[in-house]
Write a new protein. Sequence first.
Length: 520
Amino acid sequence: MLASDHPQPFSLYTGITSSRDSAVEDYPVSELIKTLIHYAGVEICSPTFQRFTLSSYEFISTARDTRDEINKLVAKVDSSSSEEDVWDDFDRYTGLIDPTEDALLKFLEIVEKESRWLSLNDDGAFASMENYQSWIKQWADNRMGLCRCLIQLTEHIEPQRSEDYVDSLLKQDTKAFMQYLRRRIKDAFKDITNAGKTVPPEGFKALESYENMINEFGRRPFNGETADRAAGAALVGSCKIDDARAKGYELPPTFFENLQTVFRAITDLLQKKDNASLTKVDEKIQGFRTDHITGKSGPIVDLGIIELLRLVRGVHRPFYGRASTLVKLFKEKAYVLGSKGPGSEYNKVHELVRTTITDSASSIRSLSLDIPEDQKASLKSKFNTAEQRITSKLDKKSCGEWQEKIKKAQELDESHMKRFREAAKAYSQKAWHFPFYHPQNMKSIAVTVLRDKKNIKEFDCQMNTDMRMTTFLWHIATNCMKDRDQVMKNPIFKNNSGKVIDMDLDLKDPIVGQKVILEI
């Protein structure tokens, strides 16, 4: 091996947030930047952060380098005896602080928006959008916003990142995300079959078309508009398939036929066929959503109580007690709303309850986050409306009993949140004494890098097996290779048997093994 036989273990959080030079001293002037880097680093190192991994790693590590540059310049100001040098260094570091803080704050806003808007456990985020154009715009805005943050940051520090390099990161991010969704669909098919349900042949044909689309995407230059549609359509389809698996109903062949039509239209666009256009792709996706996501196909929509019960699992305090009580109220007293049917009071209240719970779940993704008072008030108003639509039809005694239950649930929500914040405040002062990263399940992986089938480098990496292949790629490109641009263009991992390893897999997956080949 060309590298050391005893490589140092790689920690993603440490690798993108800690100073490259341990001798660099921190100064109060850069403390906000340091704190924002910590917040962003924790967010993107989370296993749930799926869609923009490589580009976010690049952003945080660049912010880290900028922070170090500021601290070095501050040290030079302190030590230099030349007035001209002192001024130049002062002017340089003060010029870096504002844009770096601004870029980090924008990044955190986008990441928070992404995590709240994109729920991988259900299709609520998509179902709540009025139409395809509205959610595809949000999808694109998040991607372009992260790209702008990275470009903004690199304008002020060397080496600057080229647009081609940024595009290559976004391309690999999107490819890995689509591979992850493909795996979800395959697992769902397996579970549906094991449960005695049927996946029609059209389902496997749609999956094959999706795999062809992913392969075509990997071979082509990055195009953001096409990438948004490819990953977005796949997410909508996979969420609906997951829903069918969870609720035990079968999707009709037409669902998969329409999904396959979408994937083929995107593949045609990637291949630049004469009849392909973004407009045609949009028409196919909008038609697919109209038929199968918004419920116009009838049998796919499940208005049962089970749907509402399952939604409660995603709700945090301070809305959990209120949400669970609302579902119990609907379950026990929905008969006062009359019969089910299109346009009926029952269906309207069911939708109101579902929307209220979905909104409360998406408003807080973690107990450590709070929401603005106006948003909290809006959610409370939705709960009030949903509850009153049912209790107003109850007799006086029953109405009073349920109002008391709702009041107690609300008080318990608030009480638990207050106690949690007090405990978190006390614990936070102890938590800093422990390392963020606990290396467990480490293994050594021998890497052979091939370019045009020629061996150009070999080295060992000591990696945590809980990390994804995208993280492994980032480590190799950043810490083991000189030509990062080349590494990111169209990297393909293969195991020792020559089988391709998808980027969404964890390193503990048996397919990875102890030796890998990286073709660039």
